[in-house]
Design a protein around this ligand. Structure first.
Ligand code: PTJ
Length: 248
């Protein structure tokens, strides 16, 4: 569908189109379309823009990725459909490995995602070869199977659009977890060490830009980051927007 640039919701309709293409190309599962709908609702409530609060979280995330010994970006179907180029760019900017890790796992979809990432410049993609499969303890979903050379050995893991059980399991397994989640109240948002409450499509380019800037100018003095306080600010923004909408 051709969406005119002047359409008041052009940006969010373009994002939706990317997801639909990802679904048709075999990257995204049906449940991924539903998860996106949930995200759209929260995006609307946060004002469809990257807030100061999200910028603070992005800053903390960039520092965590750049100072990590072994950072890994965990890729699911939705992320691969929305920002394949940015995944590769972030991996290059931080030295993070890329690992495909799916909730609704299938070999066919893993391969389709890996192919898309390769088309976008990725060289090494983990999570595909069963020879290196390891299990995260205390987790039932397919996402417990990770790559020995990737998430299993990582100290910092970026897991955008994650389910709560896995975030909790990754934390219990000693990982420093960074996530993108438009819902500041989700279990993942509340459990992660750093939660970026923003649409990955807006936040990923900012995260890449911040990593590049910090690499060029040096990390400087570390500022304090409190995830719980930061999430509280996002929840307050949602409350204010709801009040404004109901008064309009
Ligand atoms: O590709 P798979 O098999 O690994 O499956 C991926 C999905 C997304 C289906 C799976 O991880 C899932 O069911 O996720 P949840 O539990 O629905 O969580 C998704 C979270 O991401 C929700 O809190 C959404 O609000 C949020 N979200 C959705 N779209 C975006 C988003 N956050 C940031 N950017 C988005 N574009």
């Amino acid at each position: 569908m051709l969406i005119p640039k002047t359409h008041p919701r052009a940006a969010s309709l373009h994002i939706r189109e990317k997801l639909v293409h990802g679904f048709r190309d075999g990257l995204v599962v049906e449940e991924g379309l539903l998860a996106h709908g949930r995200g759209e609702m929260f995006d609307y409530l946060i004002g469809e823009k990257t807030s100061k609060t999200s910028h603070d979280a992005i800053n903390a995330a960039a520092r965590a990725l750049l100072t990590a010994k072994f950072p890994v970006i965990s890729v699911n179907g939705n992320l691969a459909a929305l920002c394949p180029r940015e995944i590769v760019e972030l991996s290059k900017a931080t030295g993070a490995k890329i690992e495909v890790n799916l909730f609704y796992a299938s070999e066919k979809r893993k391969k389709a995602i890996a192919q898309t990432l390769k088309k976008n410049g990725a060289r090494e993609i983990l999570g595909i070869d069963p020879k290196f499969a390891k299990r995260i303890p205390r987790l039932d979903s397919a996402r417990r199977i990770v790559d020995r050379r990737g998430i299993f050995s990582a100290d910092v893991v970026l897991v955008p659009l994650e389910d709560g059980d896995r975030t909790i399991a990754l934390k219990k397994f000693g990982k420093n977890v960074i996530t993108f989640d438009l819902n500041p109240m989700s279990r993942t948002a509340q459990t992660a060490d750093i939660t970026i409450v923003d649409n990955v499509i807006r936040g990923m380019p900012i995260l890449i830009g911040t990593c590049k800037k910090l690499t060029k100018n040096g990390l400087g003095k570390k500022s304090k980051f409190d995830n719980k306080k930061n999430l509280e600010k996002s929840i307050i923004t949602i409350r204010k927007n709801l009040r404004r909408m109901s008064n309009a």
